[in-house]
Write a protein that binds this ligand. Sequence first.
Ligand SMILES: C[S@@+](CC[C@H](N)C(=O)[O-])C[C@H]1O[C@@H](n2cnc3c(N)ncnc32)[C@H](O)[C@@H]1O
Length: 352
Amino acid sequence: MAAALYDPDGGFFTSQSLRSVKAGDFLTSPEVSPLFGETLARFVDEELAGIVPPASGASVGGKVPQPEQSEGWSRGAFLVEVGAGSGSLLRPLLATLENPVDSWAVETSPAARQALAAFLPPAHVVPTIDDLPDRFSGVVLANELLDNLPVAVAVRTGDGWTERWVGVQDDALVLVPVEARPRVAGWAERFGLPAPERGLVEVQLAAGEWLQAALGRLEAGTVLVIDYGDTTENLEKRRVEGTLRTYRAHHLGPHPLDEPGQTDITVDVNFTALIDRAVQLGASVEYHRQDDFLNRLGLRARLSRLRHQELDLARHGDPIERLKVRSARTEAETLLHPRGLGDFRVLVARVR
Ligand SMILES: C[S@@+](CC[C@H](N)C(=O)[O-])C[C@H]1O[C@@H](n2cnc3c(N)ncnc32)[C@H](O)[C@@H]1O
């Protein structure tokens, strides 16, 4: 999965095209509408207001930030989006924030980094989380990132676990049963039960490590993770076939071993495991559905205003303006759809 998605020569996300756009392979909330970023701006404003800026500022690799890197600092805090894609979340979010904040983007994809450097200082667009300042205060966002982090596949066998590794047979990639590594079996035992005999569990060690790396950089701040997935309990039914799958051109794609590098490989995120890791790291945690979360931040009220505007414009308004309002209204409904994007999960982990 790591090679198929991130190999520098031919990985799905490292190849030259931008993946998370309308013409690409999947459509995420920020690609559906700028209302997503505009709504999250309120969250970022609230979180930043609750953070005391560090006394000495942040350090970049142990060095004092260069003047151009400090440009725009208004609070001594950072906003970071990891897996920022085309910038469709950050751009409207930054335009809506009440107070500007020093912003960074972390992106594996060179094409996406190029798009992000068009509106962020180029020194603030970096390929890995390790390129961020060692310690800072602020907000770290990740929308539809953790579902793409490499997993191990564990199979329930008797009262234990085996693993499936990727091997080669007759020039083709195949899945090979092997004894489960202790860390993999340990994770599956904690977050993969109950599972039927031969049931599949995606073991999400890399997602936990990512959360640890993000929270570990924060002196004070908040990590916001939004993705598809659920709790261990609610994922139970998905443990027969597992949730590992591919997407291409907005549709389910071929088996993950077919055409590596040509498809988005993804799993449902296990939020119980993430919550557990955040709590172990001393964070306080909130867990929501995306529809509830966005509504609390004002999207329901915005939708209601758009509906009224649309009605007014239908009676005596400019038809072009009416079409614009109508399209914003349907976008807001898409973000809140209870069986679609509204059913995504939101984890807020705070350290103070
Ligand atoms: C599904 S896309 C989501 C993009 C954007 N967040 C959105 O919602 O439209 C996942 C993005 O994360 C990037 N990515 C994947 N793993 C990453 C990692 N470990 N660090 C930084 N970016 C990563 C990919 O290149 C891709 O642009």
